[in-house]
Unconditional design. Structure first.
Length: 348
């Protein structure tokens, strides 16, 4: 899908105050480590993740989503009355029904005319939300839309630690599907899209491309307890190696398609921001897609995998630190469980 009348007005983010290092998690896992004689430092060595962040217990996704949304409105110089559509696009949500967007809508004081709903698409939720809102702007349905995500990975990490320490039947082989759960971090983000003629930023969304390989939707699956509001204990099992291989296969096909839509080559992007999983994923994705690693901005080292918030937070930080500059051709590369891949081209 090509866009001619849509801009990314701003991307904001909020980070939790509590830092949890991989070393701390290994300390929590001492009973398991002692029983299986696992070497300390294994988690960071395997993933490249030194630390991640967690919200205080009891924090609701809607609370931090609304904080990120309010920050985005302030950054863009807009008021709640300017928003024509609100999408809450996180894996984490306050409840299954009603939509978490209703809580964010209330907290932000959005007008009754602002359409609001949730989108669930694993780590691609925000990118999917961007496509939906961009389509609405492109066809003239709204002028301005807001996509938010408040990811709360703390209950997944602490719940996984508790289960691993209690299950004495686990072996070095059978704990492998649990490792990905220990890489999860928390963050909140908000993206405002606006009609180009009204935009002050001029960050033009050029095109979006998506492909799916749902034959591999079994490689990473979470439990039905997805509220992740501090009281829930979600469970996630991941075949990390196979998901890495199949995900990069799909990403390579999506990138070829994206280049055709955008009329780009491998060397065209000035800045590349991808979904943040870990060191192996970043290195192999870069090699397989033929991308220059010097153009990639990463955050997984200190944020871990923050679900659907990872890619927009990484993009916002890249701009904040001057890595992503005005006029840069930005490639936003997303891969999510399912497996789905979505890529956006932006003239920043």
């Amino acid at each position: 899908m090509r866009y001619t009348d849509v801009c990314i007005e701003t991307i904001s983010y909020i980070l939790p105050p509590r830092v949890v290092t991989s070393e701390m998690i290994e300390t929590w896992l001492k009973p398991l480590y002692d029983r299986l004689k696992l070497p300390e430092g294994r988690l960071e060595l395997m993933t490249g993740i030194h630390e991640r962040r967690m919200w205080d217990p009891g924090t609701h996704p809607s609370e931090v989503s609304a904080q990120a949304g309010a920050k985005a409105l302030e950054q863009a110089g807009l008021s709640p009355s300017d928003i024509g559509c609100l999408v809450h696009a996180a894996v984490s949500r306050d409840f299954v029904e009603p939509a978490t967007s209703t809580a964010v809508h209330r907290l932000l004081g959005l007008p009754p005319s602002a359409l609001n709903f949730d989108i669930s698409n694993a780590c691609l939720g925000v990118l999917t939300g961007i496509i939906v809102v961009a389509n609405m702007i492109q066809v003239g349905q709204i002028d301005t839309g807001l996509i938010v995500a408040g990811e709360n990975g703390g209950p997944l990490v602490t719940g996984t630690v508790e289960r691993l320490n209690k299950d004495e039947t686990l072996t070095r082989r059978t704990i492998k599907p649990e490792i990905a759960s220990l890489t999860i971090g928390s963050a909140a983000t908000a993206v405002i899209l606006r009609r180009a003629s009204l935009s002050q930023s001029g960050h033009q969304l050029l095109a979006a491309t998506s492909l799916a390989d749902t034959t591999n939707n079994h490689l990473c699956q979470g439990s039905a307890d997805t509220a992740m509001d501090g009281s829930s204990v979600p469970i996630m099992h991941t075949d990390s190696h196979e998901l890495l291989v199949r995900g990069i296969d799909l990403a390579a096909r999506t990138w070829e398609r994206a280049k055709g839509v955008l009329d780009w080559e491998n060397g065209t992007p000035d800045t590349i921001c991808g979904h943040q999983v870990g060191r192996a994923h970043s290195e192999q994705l870069c090699e397989r897609l033929g991308l220059d690693s010097d153009k990639i901005f990463s955050t997984f080292e200190f944020l871990g995998n923050c679900g659907s918030a990872s890619l927009p937070v990484t993009t916002a930080m890249a701009a904040e630190q001057g890595f992503l500059k005005k006029g840069h051709r930005l490639a936003m590369l997303g891969i999510g469980s399912g497996i789905n891949s979505t890529m956006l081209g932006v003239r920043w």
